[in-house]
Design a protein around this ligand. Structure first.
Ligand code: TTP
Ligand code: CA
Length: 347
């Protein structure tokens, strides 16, 4: 039985909400984010993207690239209000909704008896309802699985809609860059490019055992993903248990001071991820390191908020566990199951 999955993703979400609420911003490059003094962009509209601007770019650099950029502070209350309306629209279509963040969700519409069960027409209707009720545009991807639905929603952004039918999968996947596959980040991409692999059809030539040898458990997923296959189901009860960010450094870090500097750069990225997640409570902070001998260490401490001060305090405790330089640093938070409590953030 073929699944019908829709992935919906609002366009330049925070900035679009700001544009909607202040029509004077229309036609101008607009970003939402922190101040020029050490802040980063949460996002920016497509006019600003034409200048090379993107999420997580330091605001100072963004202003250099686009001097007439309008940078607005985040207003989470407004984004959460829009998100609530959007989710209600999803739940009117099906209970099988898996929200990924405030502005993104998967819907399994395999058994939805609307529009003669055409997932494309259902997606059109969802886009239409979102626009009618929030005046915001969304992009939709429609495909037989989560992997392809998410890739498809990105193809005609903004205000896009793209359907991949079962018989189109082979052609579609053939020339897809491997970097588009779920879970392929910077490190995996680099490793694949050292094997001269850039596109899925090249990845398809590697056997399952070769992929497992290079990428461990993820090699198994890669084997199926590069064929456009994905067995993951839309999980309506899925709640994020943790949020983290990590960085592998091009040259190893040799001192606590260097690690503290790296921590200072990672921390704002963690905060933006936390603020974009579903509202749950923080139960602990997690630090992890990998040294240049590939020894891994993790430190977890109970906490109800993510603060740079506490991460900085914990850092020496984990660093001293190894005598070797550090190649990877990660920080994160574990979330408890309790819902409806405010996330506590120290910005
Ligand atoms: P995204 O869906 O990744 O981006 P977007 O909606 O701004 O743009 P598009 O989907 O059209 O490419 O993220 C949704 C919101 O999450 C975004 O509007 C702001 C927030 N966000 C951050 O705060 N920091 C980040 O690094 C990212 C990627 C997103
Ligand atoms: Ca989005």
């Amino acid at each position: 039985m073929v699944q019908k999955i829709i992935h919906i993703d609002l366009d330049y979400f925070y900035a679009q909400v700001e544009e909607r609420d202040n029509p004077k911003l229309k036609g101008q490059p607009v970003a939402v984010g922190g101040s020029e003094n050490r802040g980063v962009l949460a996002t920016c509209n497509y006019i600003a993207r034409d200048y090379g601007l993107h999420s997580a770019m330091p605001t100072k650099l963004a202003k250099e690239k686009c001097p007439h950029l309008i940078v607005l502070p985040t207003n989470m209350q407004k984004y959460k209000a829009a998100s609530t309306i959007i989710r209600q629209i999803f739940y009117k279509i099906t209970p099988i909704v898996e929200p990924l963040s405030l502005d993104e969700a998967y819907l399994d519409v395999t058994d939805v008896n609307l529009h003669q069960n055409s997932a494309t027409l259902i997606a059109k209707e969802i886009k239409h309802q979102i626009f009618t009720e929030t005046q915001l545009t969304a992009s939709a991807g429609i495909a037989p699985n989560k992997l392809l639905a998410k890739i498809a929603s990105d193809l005609n952004k903004p205000n896009g809609l793209y359907t991949i039918r079962p018989k189109e999968i082979d052609t579609f996947i053939h020339h897809l860059p491997v970097s588009k596959l779920f879970g392929v980040g910077h490190a995996t991409k680099k490793k694949l490019s050292s094997l001269n692999i850039e596109y899925c059809h090249q990845l398809q030539k590697l056997s399952l055992s070769t992929l497992q040898a290079h990428f461990g458990k993820f090699g198994n997923s890669l084997y199926y993903y590069c064929r456009g296959m994905d067995k993951r189901v839309v999980n309506p009860s899925r709640m994020r248990k943790s949020i983290s960010v990590e960085q592998t450094f091009s040259s190893d870090l040799n001192s606590l001071e260097a690690c503290q500097t790296a921590l200072g750069k990672l921390y704002p990225k963690l905060l933006t991820r936390i603020s974009n997640a579903q509202a749950l409570c923080i139960s602990s902070l997690v630090l992890k390191i990998t040294d240049n001998k590939f020894n891994k260490y993790t430190l977890t401490r109970q906490a109800h908020e993510a603060s740079l001060e506490y991460f900085s305090l914990l850092l020496p405790m984990i660093i001293t566990r190894t005598a070797h330089p550090i190649r990877l640093l990660g920080i994160g938070v574990q979330l408890s199951e309790k819902e409806n409590k405010q996330l506590s953030l120290k910005l």
